[in-house]
Write a protein that binds this ligand. Structure first.
Ligand code: MRU
Length: 345
């Protein structure tokens, strides 16, 4: 068994404010930002200083508390009314990851159900935000450990992952990278292959950074290399995270996940999703209704400030896609590995 080095926490509650690792500046610079208002938190989620579905949920929980703290009214009904406006502002930050909406709803419900003074409700909201964070950490560790059961019957596996579903994308430990971390701890991992993940390069920048921090062997490939690597027999299994899973198991995750699942099926490589149970949106029967965020086209037309393409070209920049359940071998949750078509059971 290997000992893991210092954990990475993307969201920290400290001295009455939130400290976020600025994920837009990694791996060049490790820089943190202090967030003391719900507006600043909304901006940090929009601009992807904090990103990854569960981490967005954790950040939104604290964002709700920061907003509640600013409400001067001590009348309960007026307080709840203003809190709903804060919830609405935070809901508008990013549309796809259900964890955002789940965490905000939990905070709103906590406030509505709290008896006592407004000051007491505010204190309860802070405790709830902390609980969301702690629970996610426990959940990710459980996901990682359940993931050990899907590793192939050989001493050490190679895992391909897409985007970043690691500590940076959660309260810590990660979902897909949670499986990687648990496998590494148990000496069951040979190497991680990380898709670079165009256009924002979360795989090349963030997944590779996390692995290097912990001494986990990582090879970065471009998104177009996965079929070739599978044909060469380099990949034993694929494990990715999820932003929202519909009731039938269809799964939204970072753009490029769907094509990766098709490629995996063509090469008989098992394709797994790792996600907390709260990422399942039982209100959506299938993936067709999952809202897909479209981001600024400069993410694909430029590298930094340098334009890549001729003037006059048009661009389309969906940030997520939906992988049909039939391509998914299993969904690794904190409750165990579930068959995608049996989520309702
Ligand atoms: O746009 P991002 O970087 O927030 O997208 C992140 C992903 O797609 C992750 O795979 C997903 O949120 C799961 S994170 C545990």
């Amino acid at each position: 068994m290997k000992t893991l080095s210092n954990p990475i926490y993307p969201v920290i509650w400290q001295d009455d404010r939130v400290i976020l690792i600025d994920q837009t500046r990694l791996p060049e610079e490790y820089h943190t930002v202090e967030i003391s208002s719900c507006q600043a938190m909304a901006e940090a989620i929009k601009t992807m200083i904090v990103r990854g579905a569960p981490a967005i949920g954790v950040a939104a929980g604290y964002g709700m508390y920061l907003g509640a703290r600013e409400i001067a009214d001590s009348d309960r009904q007026k307080f709840l009314h203003q809190l709903e406006a804060i919830a609405e502002m935070l809901r508008k930050t990013r549309p796809t990851a259900v964890n955002l909406f789940w965490a905000i709803s939990r905070m709103v419900q906590t406030a509505q159900e709290s008896r006592g003074t407004v000051a007491e409700i505010k204190a309860t909201l802070l405790e709830t935000a902390k609980a969301i964070q702690q629970e996610d950490l426990q959940t990710c560790r459980a996901i990682g450990d359940h993931g050990l059961s899907v590793l192939p019957d050989k001493p050490q596996a190679t895992i391909l992952t897409h985007c970043n579903a690691g500590s940076l994308a959660t309260a810590g430990y990660g979902t897909a990278l949670g499986v990687v971390r648990s496998a590494w701890r148990e000496a069951r991992l040979q190497r991680v292959y990380a898709d670079e993940t165009r256009p924002r390069l979360q795989g090349a920048k963030l997944t590779a950074w996390e692995c290097v921090q912990e001494g986990i062997p990582v090879t970065v490939i471009t998104d177009s290399m996965s079929a070739h690597c599978m044909r060469e027999g380099k990949i034993d299994l694929v494990v990715v995270g999820a932003d929202r899973i519909a009731a039938n198991g269809d799964t939204a995750n970072k753009i490029g996940t769907y094509s990766l699942a098709i490629i995996a099926q063509a090469h008989n490589v098992p394709f797994y999703v790792a996600a907390p149970f709260s990422t399942i949106d039982f209100s959506l029967p299938d993936g067709s209704k999952i809202p897909i965020e479209e981001r600024n086209v400069t993410e694909i037309s430029q590298i930094g400030t340098t334009s890549l393409c001729p003037e006059g070209a048009d661009f389309y920049n969906p940030a997520f896609d939906v992988t049909p359940a039939k391509l998914i071998a299993g969904i690794i949750t904190e409750k165990g590995v579930l068959k995608p078509h049996l989520l309702n059971n």
